[in-house]
Design a protein around this ligand. Structure first.
Ligand code: MSP
Length: 473
């Protein structure tokens, strides 16, 4: 079984475009993987522990439990509005997860992988991570991160996980699995820091999280990574992980996660897809920078399938600067290409044939070419998987070919027999398009399928409707 995962989202605020993006990528991948014949499940969830969540709830004067429930529901709404087709969702405050983390802690301790130590360093609450002094900016004695967050020096006795014990295993694994991290730049990035890894402090002085030892709480990242094991085992699934993550959380998902899997004698992931950031005017979109793009409004404005397509048409890995005119352009493009094709053909068929069954006559070379291209579309897309942007461009090109074919063949100006054949070729092509776009645009695909009926007697068109609303540029 292929186990696809999204990151689990911090519930210290409402979802923004970056969260919707990672979930859509994982969902589209998972749907294609299924379409191409592989057993697949998708898991998602929320990260509900850590200083950041506690601090925000205190600032808002809301009990932390209520604060979590409130924001958790927004992430659930996001899943539903974005049609994320997951098998299960985890919250790190779930009892089974807390028990799992404690059991894993005990197991690692019994194996000698956890030891007590003292940590002194600069802690970024926003990143929930210690930051190296060399990565900070000293503003007249006040240390700030590159994003301008003031960090504080923390000295505390806590527990460490012996990541360094597994360094050679990780290096060997990376060398034997050069395609494990996509895109390749990110794989190279991991290789570049793997030699400098240190043991990781995996507990904090008591705060909001899973209590452990005398007076400590499990470090939120250690707690969070284990979610993948909890949800897999909760659902009795066996298989390899394919993780979708943003580039900012790659370090945790390579060093700490890989070491943990080695220590637990668990299989290593099959693949990590690392997406770039949505930026606005070049700056990462984030709650803390206050430049968020509301994912719910995007769907209200453009319709879900246009937004999903917009997310998927770029190569995974690059940063993308968000601009309204770009999504408007995309919306126009789909309306003119796929939207126009479907509406034009179905309306013509209904006008000329009503709901009569279409039976083809003799094929011309142009007919055979288009039919062959349409049959090859699925296998071409399969060959290009997992490059979803390439799949999309195959589909776009094929829609272009169909539109060209209509203009050349002019079905409105032909004798009955010829019109029948042209329509038959086009409707078959549209049905194949509806199949192959279904992971990216599930409801558009369903809509098209509901307009056309195909059975043993042949093909006929039942009705036609506009697929995409037009939004002015
Ligand atoms: N809770 C951790 C993940 C733990 S996974 C075991 C976390 N949460 S997050 O809510 O801050 O971010 C979740 C995901 O959203 C990350 O993959 C992150 O990269 C992604 N994004 C957050 N802002 C983003 C953009 N502006 N653009 C694209 N994705 C970004 O980190």
């Amino acid at each position: 079984m292929d186990i696809i995962t999204t990151p689990i989202y911090y519930v210290n605020g409402e979802p923004h475009i970056g969260h919707a993006y990672t979930s859509v990528l994982a969902d589209v991948y998972s749907r294609y993987n299924k379409l191409f014949g592989n057993d697949t499940v998708l898991f998602t969830g929320t990260d509900e522990h850590g200083q950041k969540i506690l601090d925000t709830s205190i600032k808002l004067n809301i009990p932390v439990e209520d604060f979590i429930l409130r924001n958790r529901s927004k992430f659930y709404e996001l899943n539903s509005v974005y049609d994320i087709s997951f098998l299960d969702v985890i919250n790190t405050t779930n009892e089974d997860h807390k028990n799992n983390v404690k059991n894993i802690w005990d197991k690692l301790k019994a194996n000698g992988d956890i030891y007590q130590g003292e940590y002194e360093g600069w802690y970024s609450v926003r990143e929930e991570s210690f930051v190296k002094e060399s990565d900070l900016i000293n503003q007249n004695g006040t240390f700030v991160t590159k994003d301008g967050e003031i960090v504080k020096k923390v000295t505390e006795k806590n527990h460490f996980f012996k990541v360094t014990k597994y360094k050679n295993n990780i290096i060997e694994f990376l060398h034997n699995n050069k395609d494990i991290i996509f895109p390749r730049e990110r794989y190279n990035e991991v290789l570049s820091f793997i030699n400098d890894i240190e043991d990781v402090s995996i507990s904090r002085s008591k705060t909001w999280g899973i209590d452990i030892e005398e007076n400590e709480t499990v470090y939120v990242w250690f707690d969070a990574l284990i979610n993948y094991i909890t949800i897999r085992d909760r659902n009795n699934i066996q298989g390899g992980f394919t993780h979708f993550i943003g580039k900012d959380i790659l370090r945790f998902h390579s060093v700490l996660w890989f070491a943990l899997l080695f220590a637990l004698d668990e299989p290593l992931p099959k693949k990590l897809f690392v997406n770039g950031w949505w930026t606005k005017d070049g700056k990462k979109i984030s709650k803390s920078l206050g430049n968020v793009v509301d994912p719910f409004k995007l769907v209200d404005d453009y319709g879900l399938d246009v937004v999903r397509y917009f997310f998927c048409k770029n190569k995974i890995g690059s940063d993308i600067d968000f601009r309204d005119d770009l999504i408007k352009e995309t919306n126009n493009f789909i309306s003119n290409n796929l939207g126009n094709l479907v509406q034009r053909v179905l309306t013509l068929v209904l006008r000329k044939k009503g709901s009569n069954i279409l039976i083809p006559g003799d094929y011309t070379l142009e007919d055979t070419n288009l039919l062959n291209d349409s049959y090859n579309l699925i296998s071409d897309c399969k060959n290009d998987f997992p490059n979803i942007n390439k799949i999309i461009s195959n589909i776009d090109d094929f829609c272009g070919k169909c539109n060209f074919y209509i203009n050349e063949q002019k079905p409105w100006a032909q004798e009955d027999d010829r019109t029948n054949t042209i329509f038959y070729v086009l409707i078959n092509s549209i049905l194949n398009i509806s199949e192959v776009i279904s992971p990216v645009m599930p409801s558009t695909s369903d809509k098209i399928k509901s307009f056309i009926k195909k059975d043993n007697n042949g093909i006929f068109v039942e009705k036609s409707e506009i697929l995409f609303k037009r939004v002015g540029v």
